[in-house]
Design a protein around this ligand. Structure first.
Ligand SMILES: NC(=O)c1ccc[n+]([C@@H]2O[C@H](COP(=O)([O-])OP(=O)(O)OC[C@H]3O[C@@H](n4cnc5c(N)ncnc54)[C@H](OP(=O)(O)O)[C@@H]3O)[C@@H](O)[C@H]2O)c1
Length: 347
């Protein structure tokens, strides 16, 4: 069967990456692409790398244009998708790549985003360990899916195995991330100009203000954390895409290094797209560029009493578009990896 697909926000980074991946999906056919200020332009005039879609023109983003498709991907700024999604048929599979449907807590939503809270949809990180099973089970048959924040899912995948196994404490979690500026989207911002970023590493949202913090806490509570606290610091570095997240946590007293490592090995043993590297190996962002793969390395720092987990993810693939398509595959009962690249682009 061929599913008809509409992609909104198709002129942006996330929408563009969804389209790049969908071009190789054997069951999904992109019929409609929409945008905002670029509506009326040909898709390739703003996404010149998407040569297989030269026949598509960007249309206005509204419920009327998006209606009538089997699948709708929303890749819009947060706050823009809630109202549009509410007008789409319940039979349509809708995947929101924005934040509008990620958070269960209305208080968290108003503290970190503000405006109307549209409620939470099934969270699109299939491999995420939960107290019982994984997030995958909640995606089967879903018709509304919230694709994750790229930093949030990277850190949640890094820490959830240890929380679920009870080998790390849920307080005093620390994550410091090197992130590429494509994570902030394509629209012009002074702090993202090449002249501000090239040759410099720039911290931002320091001191507990980053919007992905409540999303990480929510995911860790699903894994069994009671009251997780995390210090989260992203640092913009001069690479167009990619996240290298270093997450650390206090090891439960009396837990040996082998038991700690076993928690992550157990969580990801059967996973294709989330892989724990052998002891002593750590990933680089270059290893996952273009791939729907999260690579992790783990070390136990005995002197500090902490586990150190380093994860590399392509923010636009496993962090967004790949997660969205993988979740859509599961929702529809297709093979989970359909159309998704496991290998990166190197060098
Ligand atoms: N970038 C990432 O790595 C990443 C990762 C995870 C999640 N996300 C999420 O994905 C969503 C899109 O992010 P992005 O990085 O692709 O941003 P982007 O590059 O700035 O693209 C935004 C898209 O939304 C359209 N748009 C802007 N304002 C709109 C409005 N008021 N109504 C309808 N459409 C509007 C833009 O159209 P025009 O260009 O035609 O104006 C463009 O197609 C965001 O919610 C973001 O949080 C992004």
């Amino acid at each position: 069967m061929t599913y008809s697909v509409a992609v909104s926000g198709a002129s942006g980074y996330a929408g563009g990456e969804i389209l790049r991946l969908l071009a190789d999906h054997p069951e999904f056919e992109v019929r409609t692409v929409t945008a905002h200020s670029n509506a009326g332009q040909s898709l390739v005039s703003v996404q010149p790398h998407l040569r297989s879609f030269t026949h598509l023109t960007l249309r206005e983003t509204n419920a009327e244009t998006l209606a009538g498709h089997d699948i709708v991907f929303l890749a819009l700024p947060h706050g823009a998708s809630g109202a549009i999604a509410a007008e789409l048929s319940q039979d349509t599979l809708v995947i929101d790549c924005g934040a509008d449907h990620r958070l269960e807590s209305a208080d968290d939503w108003s503290a970190f985003y503000g405006g109307d809270h549209h409620g939470a949809w099934a969270y699109g990180v299939p491999e995420l360990p939960r107290l019982s099973g994984t997030q995958r089970e909640r995606l089967t048959g879903a018709r509304r899916i919230a694709a994750p924040g790229c930093n949030a899912s990277t850190v949640a995948l890094s820490l959830a195995p240890g929380i679920r196994a009870g080998v790390i404490e849920d307080r005093d979690l620390v994550a410091v991330l090197a992130v590429g500026p494509s994570g902030a989207g394509k629209s012009l911002k002074t702090n993202l100009l090449a002249s501000e970023i090239l040759g410099s590493a720039n911290p931002y949202a320091v001191g507990g203000s980053h919007r992905h913090i409540p999303e990480i806490g929510q995911a860790l509570r699903w894994a069994g954390a009671a009251t997780p606290t995390i210090s989260f610091t992203p640092v913009l570095v001069p690479m167009s895409r990619g996240i290298l997240a270093t997450s650390t946590a206090r090891i439960m007293p009396g837990t040996d290094a082998a038991t700690v490592r076993a928690a992550w090995e157990d969580a990801y043993a059967g996973e294709r797209f989330v892989q724990l590297l052998p002891e002593g190996q750590f990933p680089r962002t270059a290893d996952v560029l273009g791939a729907n793969t999260a690579l992790m390395g783990l070390a136990v720092d005995e002197a500090a009493g902490r586990v150190v987990v380093i994860a590399a993810v392509d923010n636009l693939v496993k962090g967004t578009a790949g997660a969205a398509i993988q979740s859509a595959n599961i929702a529809l009962g297709l093979a989970e990896s359909t159309g998704l690249p496991m290998n990166g682009v190197a060098p």
